[in-house]
Design a protein around this ligand. Structure first.
Ligand SMILES: [Zn+2]
Length: 445
């Protein structure tokens, strides 16, 4: 009996020894996966100079053990073997392709449709993603629709312009209105830091916005009256600007404002991405993105306050906050600048060690492109990250035009090189200093 217990103790000791030396996998979470993705992602940490081989390919391992690798999946069953000095594990992926349905366009006689809520996207293609937003329509706007494709109606704006709106966002009426909208009045006012244009119609009509090099063009369409009835308002814009659009009882108010020059007069919102149950991306060593984002956000807040800025934080601790609440908070505080702090992931693509690495900064509106490029340059300088680029993308928190908004992807959570950087003691401070310098450079330029 005693011998047997001794043997069990010895066995469990050997087992625990081997687990000390075995790698930890963050992804995949289980041995068998059904997926429609093109790549299987393997991310983890090797122990004590353990070398990792995935399907006979030796994988780079950083000094801290971090490794990441993708395997291209073929349709059907895929068997992937992860080998280390101490064990070999088999992972099975079943790839099932999602059917692609391309529904045909059905055309019909023009009908009126009423927009149900504010912020309804009007799009250039019948897809609910990507950079295809033309404007955001207000509740109770009347649009003419004359076709349907999938989940979208085609909106007739004028004989030269059509757009798309999601079916769920409008109420269709049976016929065209017998009472087409009439133009009533137009006015323009110029102030030191803003210019305001108003245009009034007898009902709410659809509009588009074009942000050009020297001016912003607002267009209001009245296709019920005639196929070529378009009202155009050109507003010259300063170098650093924000703009707002409001609609009440048929009256549009377009306002273009210049940004404060001094940081002391600026309201800067710092948004630490994710939080609470939303962890964001997870790194090779198990670090959670939400925590890294918050660390940088807190350092940045302190630095900007020392510089005299009015700082508002969307979260100062680890809690849940919706994207809508973050934007509302910024609008409520009349934010001039909005900085959303994140760390990158790679999505459904092949992981490349030297490409998916470093700092990228995203903007949606043209007014934030310069800020994005100032921050990308200065963060890579202070935090020692690779310059990964300045890109345009449709992220919720940077879409409003009321402020100059950018989203900083400080580093890649799963890149082994980056994991060495973002786990180092001074990284948050250095990244924050880079963002602060970028803001200062943008304001002073
Ligand atoms: Zn994120």
């Amino acid at each position: 009996m005693r011998m047997k217990r001794g043997l069990i103790l010895l066995l469990s000791f050997i087992l625990s020894m081997s687990s000390v030396f075995a790698y930890d996998l963050i992804w995949p979470k289980q041995k068998e996966t059904v997926t429609d993705k093109d790549y299987a992602l393997f991310v983890g940490r090797a122990r004590n100079a353990e070398s990792i081989v995935i399907n006979d390919k030796r994988i780079y391992t950083a000094p801290n053990g971090a490794f990441a690798h993708t395997v291209k999946l073929k349709e059907g069953n895929n068997r992937i073997v992860v080998r280390s000095n101490y064990s070999a594990q088999v992972y099975r992926f079943r790839k099932e392709n999602k059917p692609v349905i391309d529904e045909p366009l059905k055309e019909f006689e023009p009908k009126c449709a009423i927009v149900k809520t504010d912020e309804t996207p009007l799009r250039s293609t019948p897809e609910s993603y990507g950079m295809n937003r033309i404007s955001h329509l207000f509740k109770d706007t009347t649009v003419l629709v004359n076709g349907s494709k999938g989940n979208f109606y085609r909106v007739f704006l004028s004989k030269d312009k059509t757009a798309w709106i999601e079916k769920k966002d409008v109420c269709l009426t049976d016929k065209t209105d017998s009472n087409p909208a009439q133009f009533i009045t137009m006015d323009s006012k110029k102030f030191k830091n803003a210019s305001i244009q108003t245009v009034k119609f007898s009902k709410n009509l659809p509009f588009t916005i074009e942000d050009l090099d020297n001016e912003i063009i607002f267009r209001i369409y009245n296709p019920e009256l005639s196929e070529s009835s378009v009202y155009t308002v050109n507003i010259p814009k300063p170098e650093k600007y924000t703009y707002t659009t409001a609609l009440k009882n048929g009256e549009y108010t377009f306002k273009v404002s210049s940004l404060p020059v001094e940081i002391e007069n600026s309201v800067i919102v710092i948004d630490a991405g994710h939080g609470g149950s939303e962890k964001g991306a997870v790194g090779c060593l198990g670090d959670e993105e939400k925590n890294l984002n918050l660390r940088i956000a807190l350092e940045l807040a302190e630095m900007l306050r020392l510089l005299g800025a009015n700082v508002v934080m969307t979260r100062e601790c680890d809690g849940n906050m919706s994207l809508g609440e973050r934007v509302e908070l910024a609008k409520h505080n009349h934010a001039n600048i909005f900085i959303s702090i994140h760390h990158n992931s790679i999505g459904n693509t092949e992981f490349k060690l030297y490409k998916h690495r470093g700092t990228s900064v995203y903007y949606f509106n043209k007014n934030a492109k310069n800020l994005a490029s100032c921050i990308e340059k200065s963060v890579s300088k202070t935090a020692g990250t690779r310059k990964d680029g300045v890109r345009q993308a449709s992220f919720f928190v940077i879409r409003p035009t009321e402020y100059t908004g950018v989203l900083v992807e400080t580093a890649y959570m799963i890149n082994p090189f980056d994991s060495v950087l973002y786990t180092s003691e001074d990284f948050a401070k250095n990244a924050a200093a880079g963002i602060a310098n970028g803001i200062l450079e943008f304001l002073n330029k």
